[in-house]
Design a protein around this ligand. Structure first.
Ligand SMILES: Cc1cc2nc3c(=O)[nH]c(=O)nc-3n(C[C@H](O)[C@H](O)[C@H](O)COP(=O)(O)OP(=O)(O)OC[C@H]3O[C@@H](n4cnc5c(N)ncnc54)[C@H](O)[C@@H]3O)c2cc1C
Length: 480
């Protein structure tokens, strides 16, 4: 009991600290990471705040259970690797964190921790705040890599003779491949793009996750024997038929790539872009020196209030736009994107136009964008979903002058022609239908990630890939 009281004192005495960030003036001119990583002192201070609930608090409760763990879609063994980190046993912490997670140092950077593990953390409700779980997760893994440790990709496991084709190379596919490799399964990964990683590489900006952190994982997977086929678009029924002949199972991780429109007049005008066009273009600029800066000196308006809108406004700043505005129908409190990213954007000079609904793209004679006609909105009474209803105010039209409009309004699935020929059932929105094991209506084909869920999170894609892999391994009569 006295140890518990001491712990309480510790977490109240030391507050939650998040990684320090670079000054806005410095970060708005490059794509380098916004946040520094924890140093050893910071990681130790935060690790020491973990009260190991309920292991110390609820007698008889299994040490496998904890509230942060239930908040984590991967059910990572968080208190155990935090304890190992605190004890300076980085090797043990690394093994524990990589046991359940296919790429913890990546998810430690991109997960919305405050709504997942840190939201579940028992001390999150105190004034001192939760343990900084994500930052510790990144710290311990980066420390392990510095020590020369590499993740387990079944390097020492006997090959099983089973072969799986993985379509796509985003987090769902990376996760599936990771667990298959650990069981000695041969993996061929097919990616239509010129670089692997899906939205981790070409969607989420470098200032949120460094690209070499993603590519490092592929290097290790390839060294462990995975065959990565880039520029390989699986689009025709014949390609799928050949795959079914050649492989024992297939995993489909194709994402949800179709950006939604705003159904505005003149939306096809020159200077209107889908958010992924801009973000992919900008990420290519991180890799390739010859990229053309299409936003330089432009007045940019981004329409939307989610995380991809925040990525787009912050990217536009770095692409030297003359001005950057975000038009959103509701207010800051009702934005679906993270408040942290909105604050980062505001610090970097982005102007937010709240209560603003886009109505029409204004174009010149050559169909180039000249502005955006908008209407003012207001929030009314709560609807059935508890969210206050949106009202458009009469005769409230106004114009924002701009040369570029970026649509960040969400994503839809793409239904490939091979779904029906390979007997893969899909739903109304083109999403692949799977059972709890992530198996499609074709029992040799599994699927997961955004291609199944619609646009979601890297961590849920990772869970799906892991679930599919574990069931494929079971189908093959193998064990991990
Ligand atoms: C701008 C943006 C920012 C985001 N930020 C975050 C964040 O901060 N944190 C977070 O957790 N999530 C974030 N997300 C969501 C997250 O990136 C996705 O949920 C996750 O990447 C989905 O993984 P996936 O593997 O299902 O698909 P994807 O990452 O989309 O990967 C699918 C891959 O399959 C390839 N592919 C598709 N069809 C074929 C085919 N027929 N043949 C071969 N290859 C094919 C694609 O080229 C792509 O590489 C963000 C998303 C966007 C758009």
């Amino acid at each position: 009991m006295s140890e518990t009281i001491n712990k309480k004192k510790q977490y109240l005495k030391v507050k939650k600290e998040t990684p320090r960030k670079r000054e806005a003036e410095a970060r708005r001119v490059d794509f380098n990471p916004t946040y520094y990583l924890f140093n050893t002192d910071e990681a130790d201070m935060q690790s020491d705040r973990c009260i190991k609930c309920p292991i110390d608090l609820i007698k008889g409760m299994s040490s496998e259970f904890s509230f942060c763990r239930t908040g984590c879609p991967l059910e990572n063994k968080i208190p155990l690797w935090i304890e190992a980190t605190k004890n300076g046993d980085i090797k043990k912490a690394f093994e524990l964190s990589n046991e359940t997670s296919p790429f913890p140092e990546i998810l430690g950077m991109v997960c919305p921790h405050d709504t997942l593990c840190q939201g579940g953390c028992t001390i999150s409700k105190t004034e001192s705040g939760s343990v900084s779980i994500g930052a510790i997760e990144v710290y311990l893994n980066e420390q392990a890599f510095k020590m020369g440790l590499t993740p387990d990709y079944g390097q020492n496991v006997e090959k099983s003779g089973k072969k799986v084709a993985v379509i796509g190379s985003g987090p769902a596919s990376m996760s599936c491949a990771t667990f298959l490799l650990r069981a000695g399964v041969e993996v061929d990964m097919f990616e239509k793009s010129d670089r692997p990683g899906g939205l981790l590489t070409y969607g989420i900006p470098n200032f949120k996750i460094k690209k070499d952190v993603i590519l490092r994982r592929f290097k290790w997977m390839q060294e462990a024997g995975m065959h990565l086929h880039l520029n390989s678009y699986i689009n025709t029924p014949d390609q799928l038929k050949d795959m079914l002949d050649e492989y024992d199972a297939i995993f489909v991780g194709v994402g949800a790539p179709n950006g939604r429109g705003a159904r505005m007049k003149n939306e096809e005008g020159h200077g209107v872009y889908q958010v992924m066009d801009i973000l992919t273009h900008a990420q290519k600029g991180v890799f390739e020196s010859f990229y053309e800066n299409i936003l330089k000196d432009k007045n940019v308006v981004v329409i939307g209030g989610g995380d991809s809108a925040m990525d787009a406004v912050r990217t536009s700043v770095r692409m030297e736009a003359k001005s950057v505005r975000c038009a959103y129908r509701r207010d800051a409190d009702n934005m679906p994107g993270s408040a942290k990213e909105r604050i980062n954007a505001q610090e970097e000079g982005v102007i937010f136009e709240f209560y603003t609904a886009p109505k029409e793209v204004i174009v010149d004679k050559e169909n180039f964008v000249k502005g955006l006609k908008c209407e003012r909105t207001a929030l009314g009474e709560p609807g059935d979903d508890g969210r206050r209803k949106l009202e458009v105010l009469e005769e409230s039209d106004f114009e924002i002058e701009c040369d570029v409009i970026i649509l960040a309004l969400g994503f839809d699935n793409h239904e490939f022609p091979w779904y029906s020929t390979a007997q893969i059932n899909s739903g109304r929105w083109g999403e692949i239908i799977v059972d709890d094991d992530k198996r499609t209506s074709n029992k040799r084909i599994y699927a997961g990630g955004d291609g199944v869920r619609g646009a979601d999170l890297a961590v849920t894609a990772a869970v799906d890939g892991r679930t599919a892999a574990l069931n494929i391994i079971k189908d093959f009569g193998l064990t991990l």
